[in-house]
Design a binder for this molecule. Structure first.
Ligand SMILES: Cc1cc2nc3c(=O)[nH]c(=O)nc-3n(C[C@H](O)[C@H](O)[C@H](O)COP(=O)(O)O)c2cc1C
Length: 189
């Protein structure tokens, strides 16, 4: 899956997939098909994204000192109308590549809460979609909290979740008969 980046895309789909051809990757394809023509995919594992080193420089300057692919991603996170997180459930959390990405958004938190250059935009919306082996919706609580914190940091207050249970073996995601219908509902503006 090739990721393209366009600041004018209506929807940015952020893939936390680790496994090539796994359930998350298939889910991302379904999300793109149901999100309309102006949807771009950002595949995190294909990007150069270092972990946040906790230096707190962003709190003083409003900028991140780490010169990697996040620098090109920040403007997309600040301006794209719809931002969609797609992740597997790994140890009751988002995938590690997605957690690393979320931590790097501390600079956007700093811009919003300290420097006040990033303000909430009621017209923007966030969607979090996760899948995992569990039968229990409650096992997605960690992902729900991380998504809330992430979306608040990038100025999005309106958040819709979709958590898909009983997805484990490769291809299980395609056994959910109502998948596209559920995606259409959650993705509609
Ligand atoms: C490292 C790892 C951790 C996992 N942790 C959980 C978990 O905490 N709860 C759960 O229900 N399933 C867990 N699973 C199962 C995955 O959520 C499930 O197999 C999912 O469909 C994998 O998506 P993928 O094919 O995109 O990797 C885990 C799988 C892996 C590889």
């Amino acid at each position: 899956m090739k990721a393209r980046q366009c600041p004018l895309a209506e929807t940015l789909i952020i893939s936390g997939a680790h496994s090539v051809g796994g359930n998350t990757e298939t889910l991302v394809q379904h999300v793109q098909q149901n999100a309309g023509p102006s949807a771009e995919i950002l595949v995190l594992r294909e990007k150069r994204i270092q972990h946040c080193n906790g230096c707190r420089t962003c709190e003083r300057t409003g900028s991140c000192v780490i010169d990697d692919d996040m620098q090109g991603i920040y403007p997309l996170l600040e301006h794209t109308p719809s931002v969609v997180l797609v992740t597997p459930l790994y140890f009751l959390s988002v995938s590690s590549v997605m957690k690393q990405f979320v931590d790097r958004c501390q600079v956007l938190y700093a811009r919003r809460y300290i420097h006040k250059t990033l303000i909430d935009d009621a017209a923007r919306r966030g969607i979090v979609i996760a899948q995992g082996a569990t039968e229990n919706q409650g096992d997605f609580a960690g992902i729900s909290l991380i998504a809330r914190s992430f979306f608040y940091s990038i100025g999005i207050r309106s958040i819709r979740p979709l958590f898909l249970t009983d997805v484990d073996k490769r291809g299980d995601i395609n056994l959910i008969a109502s998948l596209d219908e559920q995606l259409r509902i959650i993705l509609q503006r």
